[in-house]
Design a protein around this ligand. Structure first.
Ligand SMILES: Cc1ncc(C[n+]2csc(CCOP(=O)(O)OP(=O)(O)O)c2C)c(N)n1
Ligand SMILES: CC(=O)[C@@H](O)[C@H](O)COP(=O)(O)O
Ligand SMILES: [Mg+2]
Length: 628
């Protein structure tokens, strides 16, 4: 269990926090940091980012009148200290488990969670919306967006800044939490610019000026004027943020509580009179836990571990789909010089670490910029190279118009290697990859494949690469079941499914059922089929659909059950129903997939059962539906 504390256990709301003397806050931050470490080590979760925002979270709740004032955390993977300080300390052992605390801010969870997040770079837009709404309603409040340097790489952040900076009557505060890291090292020109602000010759002058100002609190107007003079005079040309219409302060040390508090107190007042304010703070990812400071990538989102021993190398076992993809990418790149690998800021998660090491000139981390990643790939494809975009299903949602307008409309040969398809578990509804089948299968020119095992996954990636148009392979988080991948680069016939089990004793069967499966749930269907003596088809392709196989199954069985690990509405089962309707085939059917609701967070096996996708639940549904 987590250790007893001197101060932390007395804090159950931001009001409690305000009762503390400022001199007690250092003790609180030590206890909070230790609590987060112990807590995340016992549940798994996001660690490095949370250790970096301890002082900022304390200072924000100390200075601002939350929840009346709104704090909008960008991504929200760094909001654990905020959760702990706002009445959820005792629930931390339930973090990311079914029925427990979400790993991200969630409006339904607490009035302190002003905005639900987990996808990046939404904070400035959402905070601006809140600030504008408050003004329209005649309510006076502060709205603060906290955004990381990695998340500042997305276009959406600049759309927000662009909109916010023009209206001096909007009291918006944007805090840039700069730790010089995304999940992996932050990339791009902006990152270089921020590094210059922090560590270039500008820094000394800026820091000196700020130190001087922070040592006393002049009347507000004067404070504002000095900072403006400081920003414009002492650090030379205006920062990019000032060009957007914000007053810029910083960089300041985001672990120095005293500096943070006095700066926030002043900004709170200035924002009400002078409009949009931008504070640049510098923090360390993993702060206070040496292993995480030295290796913030491994401790970005670890599973459970012993803090005194640190993370252990994972025991040898079956590869994950991500690893299968990573190996395929290197092998395919060796076989074909045209291959270009692209990731929107998910090098580790998508399995491109080896590829970058082996083919640095053909590797592109474009930052958290999924829209750009897709159109960038389109440009590359126009010039005859073969881009492979490695992307999580949930993040491809960001690039949908680009997929339509830039890729599929022009029928460009791009491979989309979609990881984290289906349910993802602990990250929950924001990260579940359950809409891709529905939003991809309606696009002309797309070939859409759903491997049920790793061997098929590798073959499908090779098949996708061999095609002359957009091709998608969607595969789940983890290892799954079924055969492991070979080392070969073999293609499979496009648009052809396979029968993996046939009814054995047709005469004895009351009702001959065929399971028509898409993706890894084929193995759950196989278990059920043993019980019912049913046929099981692994359709492999959602598009083009193997209509012949579907019609054969319909003609030789009494009922069809469609099974998929994605949203039922508009999904692969719907594609089958459309085909049956086109061919005027009438047969009893049942669609099994995810219902018309958002997938909760929690252990994946718990979720499979909850949503009726475990073998036991599938069997019960089939029996109930067909009365067998
Ligand atoms: C749209 C989107 N793409 C990718 C991600 C995956 N992701 C989560 S955190 C993160 C890094 C964010 O970096 P930063 O904002 O600097 O925060 P830090 O992790 O450094 O605290 C990424 C890429 C995401 N959450 N949302
Ligand atoms: C917050 C975020 O978007 C990532 O850190 C995500 O939680 C990673 O998920 P995986 O663990 O599936 O890579
Ligand atoms: Mg960062």
């Amino acid at each position: 269990m987590l250790q007893a504390t001197k101060v932390l256990h007395t804090i159950n709301s931001s009001q409690d926090l305000k009762q503390l003397e400022q001199s007690e806050l250092a003790q609180l931050s030590d206890e909070l940091r230790e609590f987060i470490l112990q807590s995340v080590a016992s549940t798994g979760g996001h660690l490095s980012s949370n250790l970096g925002t301890v002082e900022l979270s304390i200072a924000l709740h100390y200075v601002f009148d939350t929840p009346e004032d709104r704090i909008v955390w960008d991504v929200g993977h760094q909001s654990y200290a905020h959760k702990i300080l706002t009445g959820r300390r005792e629930m931390m052992p339930s973090l990311r488990q079914f029925g427990g605390l979400s790993g991200f801010p969630k409006r339904a969870e607490s009035q302190y969670d002003a905005f639900g997040t987990a996808h990046s770079s939404t904070s400035i837009s959402a905070a601006l919306g809140m600030a504008v709404a408050s003004k329209v309603k005649g309510e006076k409040r502060n709205v603060i967006a906290v955004i990381g340097d990695g998340s500042m790489s997305a276009g959406m952040a600049y759309e927000g800044l662009n909109n916010a900076g023009v209206d001096k009557s909007i009291p918006l505060i944007v805090i840039l939490n700069d730790n010089e890291m995304s999940i992996s090292p932050a990339v791009g020109a902006l990152n270089r610019y921020l590094a210059k602000l922090i560590s270039g010759s500008l820094y000394g002058a800026t820091k000196k000026g700020l130190d001087k100002m922070l040592s006393y609190t002049p009347p507000l107007r004067e404070f504002a004027k000095r900072l403006e003079g400081h920003a414009k005079g002492m650090i030379g040309p205006a920062t990019i943020f000032e060009e957007f219409g914000f007053d810029y302060y910083g960089p300041i040390d985001g672990h120095n509580l005293e500096d943070l508090i006095i700066t926030l107190e002043n900004l709170k007042k200035i924002a009400q009179t002078d409009g949009p304010q931008f504070l640049h703070i510098v923090t360390k990812k993993g702060k206070g836990y040496e292993r995480a400071e030295l290796n913030p990538i491994s401790y970005h989102g670890p599973g459970k571990f012993n803090p005194s021993e640190g993370l252990k190398p994972s025991a040898p076992g079956k590869k994950t789909y991500t690893e299968v993809f990573g190996e395929w990418l290197c092998d395919m790149a060796k076989a074909d010089q045209r291959l270009i690998g692209i990731t929107p800021a998910m090098r580790e998660g998508s399995g491109l670490v080896q590829f970058e090491a082996q083919y640095p000139d053909r590797y592109f981390d474009v930052g958290i910029a999924e829209q750009h990643a897709v159109t960038f790939a389109a440009g590359i494809a126009c010039e005859g190279l073969k881009p492979v975009v490695a992307i999580y299903s949930t993040f491809l949602q960001r690039g949908y118009d680009q997929l339509i307008h830039d890729v599929t409309l022009q029928n460009l040969p791009i491979v989309f290697a979609i990881d984290r398809a289906g349910m993802v578990g602990a990250d929950g509804p924001t990260h579940a990859g359950v809409f891709d089948v529905a939003f991809l299968r309606c696009l002309p020119n797309v070939v859409l494949m759903t491997p049920s095992n790793q061997e098929d996954c590798r073959n499908m990636l090779t098949t996708a690469f061999s095609l002359n148009g957009p091709a998608v392979v969607r595969y789940p988080r983890g290892s799954g079941v079924g055969p492991e991948a070979s080392q070969k680069l073999e293609t499979i016939p496009v648009g052809k499914g396979v029968i993996v089990r046939k009814v054995k004793n047709a005469q004895a069967q009351g009702k001959k059922i065929a399971f028509v499966c898409f993706g890894p749930l084929v193995y759950n269907a196989l278990e059920v089929a043993e019980e019912l003596d049913a046929t099981v088809a692994d359709m492999r392709f959602v598009k083009p659909l193997d209509e012949q196989l579907l019609l054969d199954l319909a003609n030789t069985h009494d009922a069809l059950v469609f099974i998929e690990d994605s949203a039922t509405q508009g999904g692969a089962g719907s594609a089958c129903l459309e085909a049956l309707s086109t061919h005027k085939i009438q047969i009893p059917t049942l669609q099994i997939g995810l219902p018309d609701e958002y997938v909760e967070h929690g252990d994946i096996n718990v979720l499979l059962d909850l949503y009726g996708l475990s073998p036991k639940k599938i069997l019960a549904k089939v029996r109930d539906h067909f009365q067998i």
